[in-house]
Ligand binder design. Structure first.
Ligand SMILES: Nc1ncnc2c1ncn2[C@@H]1O[C@H](COP(=O)(O)OP(=O)(O)OP(=O)(O)O)[C@@H](O)[C@H]1O
Length: 289
């Protein structure tokens, strides 16, 4: 299989690539990561079962879409497909370094520029993708409140019900979410979609980079909300972001709603205490606080 992947890399890049060494890269939960080292070039390869090829294709197309904005660095996808029983995604290898305050500030500015780049009149994306390993529904929708209420919260609630979670009534929640967002009419921004600290890094040359996206066109605030969910990014990141594209009034209230999506998804993926956390957030939202 590795030789076939090397042949595909050679075909796509136009430069003969032969594997000299292969190293396992730890860090991901969903896929197995490898460094493929050749003479003078290295690639990062993710592997999964053959059935997961759509997930890799969506990731590659999301990375391409972000690249097309020329705003923030993301790993360049090279090729993907199925060989034998495995699906694979090959991308540019990145050397990571320690982030400086300057790099965080620049990441904020560059993410803001990506959010400003435009490119769609509707919310959604050209295909469904995944958030973690959960399907993420990206049906094109005119109205942000409808999109987020139905395709983000509603979809996760349905999955949670099937998982046996005791969460408030689906219709009540979806309607309350729709109401809460009724006055929110953002321009569709290309968002990363899964921007926690594990998916943000800095190269050894000091350049900010964002990885492993769950791209779609949505309210830019979903990315900022998620950066705050598991501990937050350094203050320099928010300073840089607000310099270019200041957050609007009401963000603090919407933040809980936007992060509820990820907590419901964590409940669906991992169960445990995420169910009670989702319930607390839902109660807060339903009581209008
Ligand atoms: N282009 C790259 N070059 C070098 N190392 C990388 C690259 N992309 C990711 N990595 C390393 O591999 C690890 C896993 O990558 P990633 O998070 O994309 O995998 P995943 O299995 O899809 O993730 P997850 O389970 O977090 O959704 C990262 O933490 C990072 O250290």
């Amino acid at each position: 299989m590795w030789n076939q992947i090397a042949d595909r890399i050679s075909q796509v890049t136009g430069e003969k690539f032969q594997v000299k060494e292969r190293r396992s890269v730890s860090g991901g939960c969903i896929n197995q990561g490898y460094a493929l080292i050749g003479n003078g070039s290295t690639y990062f390869v993710k592997l999964n079962q053959a059935s997961q090829v759509d997930m890799f294709e969506a990731e590659a197309l999301g990375l391409k879409q972000m690249l097309s904005t020329h705003t923030i660095r993301v790993p360049v996808p090279i090729c993907w497909g199925v060989i034998d029983r495995s699906s694979y995604l090959v991308m540019e290898w990145l050397e990571f370094g320690s982030p400086t305050t300057r790099a965080w500030e620049q990441m904020g500015r560059q993410l803001a520029a990506m959010h400003q780049a435009g490119g769609s009149a509707k919310f959604g994306w050209e295909r469904n993708n995944t958030i973690g390993s959960t399907p993420q529904i990206n049906t094109w929708t005119e109205n942000w409140a409808d999109f987020f209420a139905e395709h983000r919260i509603g979809y996760q609630l349905q999955l949670a019900k099937r998982r046996g979670g005791s969460l408030p009534d689906y219709f009540q929640v979806v309607e309350v979410v729709r109401e809460h967002l009724a006055d929110r009419t953002p321009k569709p921004s290309l968002v990363h979609g899964d921007l926690w600290s594990g998916n943000a890094a800095v190269t050894s040359a000091g350049e900010p980079v964002i990885l492993d996206p769950a791209t779609y066109y949505g309210d830019r605030e979903v990315d900022i909300a998620m950066t705050e969910l598991f501990g937050g990014f350094p203050a320099a990141f928010y300073r840089g972001y607000n310099e270019v594209f200041p957050l609007e009034e009401g963000y603090q209230q919407r933040k809980t709603l936007y992060n509820l999506y990820h907590i419901l998804n964590h409940f669906n993926l991992f169960g445990g205490g995420y169910g009670s956390q989702a319930n607390r957030m839902l109660q807060q939202i339903l009581s209008g606080k």
